[in-house]
Design a protein around this ligand. Structure first.
Ligand code: APR
Length: 238
């Protein structure tokens, strides 16, 4: 099996990464699940649903402000940078569930943000969208239309931005290799991307120190952190 994977990697014309919180863990950004996960200390249903936002928009804004400060003080790590390096050898597309922008800051050229971005905002009612330049003094901030502005991220129960999701499916369907890094793959629909890839004959590789619910579907599971595994992986191409 290992030889087949190596051969497929050598011949690959397009590699798609599906990334999750684990890839930014070594940059100091906590994951959601697992022993130090955010959802252990915070109640997701009080912070990451539209109902909880309307119940207490100030609390939700404070939580995102704190996370944004953490993201701004973090730097892309050797895992993010290895994915950029890989672009020298093969076409690379990154489909990320992360809202931290670290792939783009590392220099990846094609990144689709499936769950939005921590620097983007939108009106809860009208079509206004923008980026946060400086922190708001009064929270929750208001749109010109008078309604509340919210983080432009995907909360539980919400659909993904459809244009981005459709593009993500196309990339998943026409890649030769999909590398799933640092995600528990428990959140839908992002966790269906490996299924689209596999149905179309791609090789699936997982980089995660822990087993995931899709580990048995993988052609290769690398049980290391992304900072260790990704530079090693890219060195295969050099
Ligand atoms: N390197 C690689 N993987 C790691 C590392 C690391 N250094 N540290 C942890 N992991 C793995 C964990 O083993 C786990 O499988 O990263 C995964 C993180 O899983 P989650 O916390 O569930 O994060 P994610 O899969 O991105 O969550 C999906 O859930 O709440 C929502 O919208 C949020 O986008 C997020 C979605």
């Amino acid at each position: 099996m290992f030889e087949i994977v190596i051969k497929k990697l050598e011949d690959a014309k397009k590699i798609v990464f599906v990334t999750g919180a684990g890839i930014s863990q070594e940059s100091g950004i906590p994951t959601f699940r697992g022993k130090d996960g955010l959802w252990r200390n915070y109640n997701a249903m009080k912070l990451a649903t539209i109902d909880s936002f309307y119940d207490n928009p100030k609390l939700v804004w404070e939580w995102y402000n704190e996370r944004r400060r953490n993201v701004f003080s973090a730097e892309p790590n050797l895992g993010h940078k290895a994915i950029v390096e890989l672009e020298k050898f093969v076409k690379v597309v990154v489909l990320t569930q992360n809202i931290d922008g670290l792939h783009q800051r590392a220099g990846s050229t094609e990144v689709l943000e499936l769950h939005g971005s921590i620097v983007k905002i939108k009106c809860a009612i009208c079509n206004f969208k923008s980026e946060i330049v400086t922190e708001f003094i009064d929270i929750p901030p208001l749109c010109k239309c008078g309604n509340i502005l919210r983080p432009d991220v995907v909360w539980f129960g919400e659909s993904l931005p459809q244009d981005i999701w459709q593009q993500a499916i196309i990339h998943a369907r026409n890649c030769d290799v999909m590398i799933v890094v640092g995600t528990s793959l428990v959140v839908s629909p992002a966790n269906t991307l490996p299924v689209y890839a596999k149905q179309n004959g791609a090789i699936l590789i997982e980089i995660n120190p822990e087993k995931t619910i899709m580990s048995s579907e993988m052609d290769l599971s690398i049980r290391k952190t992304s900072v260790i595994a990704l530079p090693e992986f890219v060195s295969v191409f050099k």
